[in-house]
Ligand binder design. Structure first.
Ligand SMILES: [Zn+2]
Length: 417
């Protein structure tokens, strides 16, 4: 059990840091070729570097790619305890503006509708059923014109608050811990330039959703790029000659089963997701992502697209279709299964914080997906927010405190693990 004094400290510290971090613009950019994808991410990295030094962490580094690394020395006599890593990401999704975020605390939530300063949206229990559990709590949102950025600045604030508690309360014992804050997670490049040598053999990301959540399964993820090459001819003289790439591509895409789209699937169902399409007569291009927990199901989806390509090339002589698949990340389950105790300790830590553990499968991926594949088992612990990538994103202040508590318990459990 943690002393009330420590819990109070964690609440204040994590909330203050969170309110500060969300105001720093860190939107990443899918189309950028640079690393980090946006310069503004470096600004938060700089702030974190300063704060980590203030908290007396060792080897604090902010590298050119925008990664922040730091080592928390073990409590006296615990130097030989196995080192663990704590990871959160700096960037926010480009789906919604993350510039000039103005956080608002709605005190003592009454179970009703939350009004935003920006009057055109409201947050209701229908939008977010978890709100039913938040009656009496203080809830943080944006003003409704931007996302909030709890994904994943909550994770950062929670790790920082834990570091702050370890420093201020020496009775909280822990082994050596490495902190890593990553850029560009939202554009799938969170581990692209990560320095694996700088990380311990076991890590945890703080990038899940609601309180109590613990995840160690994610999608197996593929990206497909389809290029259609046609032939332009004056439409008045086009009979048996014209090959209209734009029009044919639109027919091709409409053959993809509608019931296997993100908007028609949930739980353990996989999908195809057309993320972009651009077409003219001579050339059309479509981008897709393909997701499933089961690798074989994704293979079937790719076979389906390959067969469709063959069919269309026969149906439209002269048409050329180029189909390219790129593997993005694997279901981390099969890498973590053999080190299941890493998950078990997180489960115990969540219970010690007085929460019910909710095992979910991530309908997406995290930095931990890639790291697990790279040989560093990295389950995902909740950061506490809901409706990520949305102007209705929200987080109760209690979740920030509870996630920090989980980290203190987790570090303690590792001492005897
Ligand atoms: Zn995230």
């Amino acid at each position: 059990m943690l002393l009330e004094e420590i819990k109070k400290f964690l609440l204040e510290d994590s909330v203050n840091r969170f309110l500060k971090y969300v105001q720093v613009w860190t939107t990443s950019d899918d189309l950028s070729q640079s690393a980090p994808s946006t310069k503004n991410q470096l600004e938060l990295g700089k702030i974190l570097t300063t704060e980590l030094k203030e908290l007396d962490l060792d080897n604090v580094i902010h590298d050119d790619y925008g990664y922040v690394y730091a080592d928390l020395p073990a409590s006296n006599g615990l130097e030989e305890v196995r080192r663990i890593g704590l990871i959160a990401h700096i960037d926010t999704s480009q789906a919604v503006s993350g510039k000039d975020v103005k956080p608002v605390i709605h005190k003592n939530y009454d179970g009703g509708t939350i009004e935003f300063a920006n009057k055109d949206i409201k947050l209701t229990v229908e939008d977010s059923p978890i709100l039913k559990d938040y009656i009496g709590l203080d809830i943080i949102t944006s003003e409704g014109d931007t996302l909030l950025g709890a994904d994943d600045k909550a994770g950062i604030a929670e790790i920082m608050a834990a570091c702050s508690a370890w420093r201020n309360f020496p009775e909280l014992k822990h082994g050596p811990i490495t902190i890593c804050f990553t850029p560009d997670e939202e554009v799938g490049k969170g581990t692209l330039n990560i320095n694996k040598k700088r990380l311990p053999e076991i890590c945890y990301t703080m990038d899940g959703s609601e309180m109590g959540e613990l995840e160690f399964e994610c999608f197996d993820a593929w990206k497909a790029t389809i290029t259609f090459t046609g032939l332009s001819v004056h439409p008045g003289y086009a009979k048996n000659l014209l090959i209209n790439a734009a029009h044919i591509a639109s027919r091709f895409l409409s053959e993809i089963p509608e019931q296997e789209s993100p908007e028609n699937t949930e739980d353990r169902e996989g999908f195809y997701y057309v993320t972009g399409f651009k077409g003219e007569v001579e050339e059309a291009k479509a981008g897709l992502i393909i997701r499933d927990y089961v690798e074989e199901n994704n293979e079937e989806r790719m076979n389906f697209l390959n067969k469709l390509k063959e069919l269309y090339e026969i149906r439209y002589p002269g048409l050329r279709i180029n189909l390219q698949f790129e593997h993005q990340y694997s279901n981390m389950l099969r890498f973590i299964e053999k080190d299941k105790f890493v998950v078990d300790l997180a489960e115990k830590a969540i219970e010690m914080a007085g929460l019910e553990v909710k095992f979910h499968s991530i309908r997406g991926g995290t930095d931990g997906s890639r790291l697990s594949e790279m040989g560093i088992p990295t389950p995902n612990i909740f950061s506490g927010g809901s409706l990520f990538h949305s102007r209705k994103e929200h987080i109760p202040t209690l979740a920030l405190q509870k996630a920090s508590e989980v980290l203190l318990h987790l570090a303690k459990l590792w001492i005897t693990a």
